[in-house]
Design a protein around this ligand. Structure first.
Ligand SMILES: CC(C)(COP(=O)(O)OP(=O)(O)OC[C@H]1O[C@@H](n2cnc3c(N)ncnc32)[C@H](O)[C@@H]1OP(=O)(O)O)[C@@H](O)C(=O)NCCC(=O)NCCS
Length: 146
């Protein structure tokens, strides 16, 4: 079951999956507390096991006026490869469509690129390094045209 969650709930999952062994402060993202930011959680037997957040954060790489950046996409290791990531991503996409968002973009970890490609996201440009996190690609999908 996917539900809206408070930003503070995302931290424990982000830490365990995306910032292993690093302080909780590394899981605080700029914009987490903004009203325009939405956080969603996947619950299994009432336990939070996956998260995704969408930020009203336009990139100069895209022309579209209405853009959303996905950040903090994470499913606990032992629940991965069960379709939960797909469901979270689809939920975020549907939310974006309701908000009349034109384009979804994000910085994808190298390891997650295939997952996003399966969900019809495209790579823009070359790989780049995010310090302390690793190689990333900008990926995007046009969700609506006006
Ligand atoms: C990336 C992640 C969110 C995907 O969630 P998930 O629940 O494991 O993904 P799903 O089970 O929904 O997978 C959907 C499809 O993508 C594929 N897939 C998932 N992760 C993959 C990977 N790392 N490499 C290649 N394919 C992958 C699955 O095999 C599945 O394919 P299928 O539909 O042909 O069976 C999750 O693995 C994760 O949290 N990884 C670590 C953190 C991370 O990298 N987050 C993304 C940051 S940009």
């Amino acid at each position: 079951m996917i539900l809206p969650i408070h930003y503070q709930e995302t931290y424990v999952i982000r830490q365990e999956v995306l910032r292993k062994g690093k302080p909780i402060e590394t899981c605080y993202f700029t914009g987490d507390t903004e009203k325009s930011t939405a956080h969603f959680g996947f619950f299994h037997e009432e336990k939070l096991i996956g998260v995704i957040s969408v930020f009203n954060s336009p990139s100069t790489l895209f022309q579209e006026k209405s853009q959303i950046q996905i950040r903090g996409m994470a499913v606990l290791d032992k629940f991965q490869q069960n379709g939960i990531g797909n469901q979270l991503l689809l939920h975020a996409e549907n939310y974006c469509k309701q908000q009349k968002v034109e384009i979804i973009w994000f910085n994808a970890r190298e390891k997650a690129v295939q997952f996003y490609k399966k969900n019809a996201y495209k790579i823009l440009g070359d790989a780049f390094e995010i310090p302390e996190v690793g190689m990333h690609f900008v990926m995007y999908k046009q969700v609506m045209e006006y």
